[in-house]
Ligand binder design. Sequence first.
Ligand code: FES
Ligand code: FES
Length: 162
Amino acid sequence: MNTSLSEYPSSSVNLIVNEQAHQLSVRDHWTLLDVLRDVLELTGSKRGCDRGECGSCTVLLDGVPVYSCQILALQSQGKTVITIEGLSQNGVMTALQQAFLDNDGGQCGYCTPGFVISSLALLRDNPNPTDKEICDALSGNICRCNAYGRIIESVRSASGRN
Ligand code: FES
Ligand code: FES
């Protein structure tokens, strides 16, 4: 059977993204990542594996870090989404973002938004994590440039440990 894209069902979804309310018409098979990147043009959340392995698409959904490539947009109905674009205020980076910059916590930067979002959730719940707790919290994020040492250093620094 041939099914053109226009024949796929659509639904309306309400989302609050970075404190802005949106009512969107989405294809039922679109993921949250599809909507963030391709509809709202928030391209900070990266599409790496697109199958729940790399963490580059991590966002906060009602405060919980999730792989946005593994959540249907419809599953986000009525929920609050925070992406990397939602962190800085008036162009001023958060202390966590600044720590990543100061500690060179990335190389190509593709993984960085996901690592920053996962780190944000960690430090919110545990402001003084041990190195093991940092590693555990970031275990769902992969860095292809192998910048793990500097990433951990960045989170350590943001927690005020050095
Ligand atoms: S792009 Fe979502 S986990 Fe890799
Ligand atoms: S800095 Fe390149 S993938 Fe992590």
